[in-house]
Ligand binder design. Sequence first.
Ligand code: KG4
Ligand code: ZN
Length: 351
Amino acid sequence: MLILGIETSCDETAVAIVKDGREILSNVIYSQIALHKKTGGVVPEVAAREHVVKIVPAIESAVKNAGINFEDIDAVAFVSGPGLMSSLLIGANAAQTVAHVLKKPLIAVNHVEGHIYANWLKNKNPEEAHTLGSKDSDPEFPILVLTVSGGHNELILWKNHGDYKFLGATLDDAAGEAFDKVARLLGLSYPGGPAIQKAAQNGNPENYPLPRAWVTKYDFSFSGLKTAVLRMTKKHEKKLKSPQFVADVAASFQESVCEVLATKLVNAAKTFHVREAHLAGGVSANARLREIAQKLLPPQIRLRFCGKISLCTDNAAMIAAAAYFKFKKHPRAYKKFTPIVVNPNLELKKW
Ligand code: KG4
Ligand code: ZN
């Protein structure tokens, strides 16, 4: 089954063709990073205008790169939330139009669900395999997933396809948001995650120690840590010109966030006796997070993440992957035309 997936929840115009939920035939991503660098963050109106410009070329490129014709597409999937309303609407309308013209099913996918299904996608390149030291096998339920991106930060017990139990979430900022804000405080570029990871390579986390926010067993909180960095940068304002100071604080911040994220994931994975622990979302690209999680996990629990960085951050292959499993479970639900709904605060629900 060939699914055309569309992702426009934030600042990437992405379209992909995925076969049977796992095999990527094409994965087009028009990134808006350069555009949003100027403002140090995403301005929704600016993002939406860019989606309008890029969505049709992205759809055409995805079909062309996959080496298929539009008639070969079996279903169309789009991200219906959470995300920026004006951005979501552009992808939803494009998807609805393609599905209508082709007379094919239209499948709405939750963005967080997309991120977690990215771990089902196969990587052709062995260096980009999803697990450390092993190739692309099917994930095995039950799975404990840590979703960490700019907008989401949850711990989810994933019992089976479409069957989720929420264990915890952030009480304030998502980890990615904290990375982005702290990068700004340190004068690093947008997006903050990769910039902090790079700076941290030359830093010593022990030179400027930062606290760990353990809050409740499975919840997260990163606003206090952000304030601690703010205080530290104010106290040492002159040192902000020193690359070594920036590197040390970046390393210390990264260590604090990753230690808390990985520890909670591993504790939950052990408590619920899962077979696999997954990292999903933009922050799962972080090498230190992967390293700490791998170190803390017992050998019988497999750690899985997308080796390919472009599958950790927003992409449309993940939307097409999730859509495939949703369609397979309830194929009849997509036979009739149903009005599309986009919701900026969409919650992940059982299906
Ligand atoms: O999943 P994503 O592309 O978009 C959302 O759904 O929010 O995640 C983007 C977030 C940004 O906050 C970015 O700074 C963070 O992921 N990120 C990273 C890394 N790469 C991206 N955070 C830490 N380390 C990284 N290497
Ligand atoms: Zn995302």
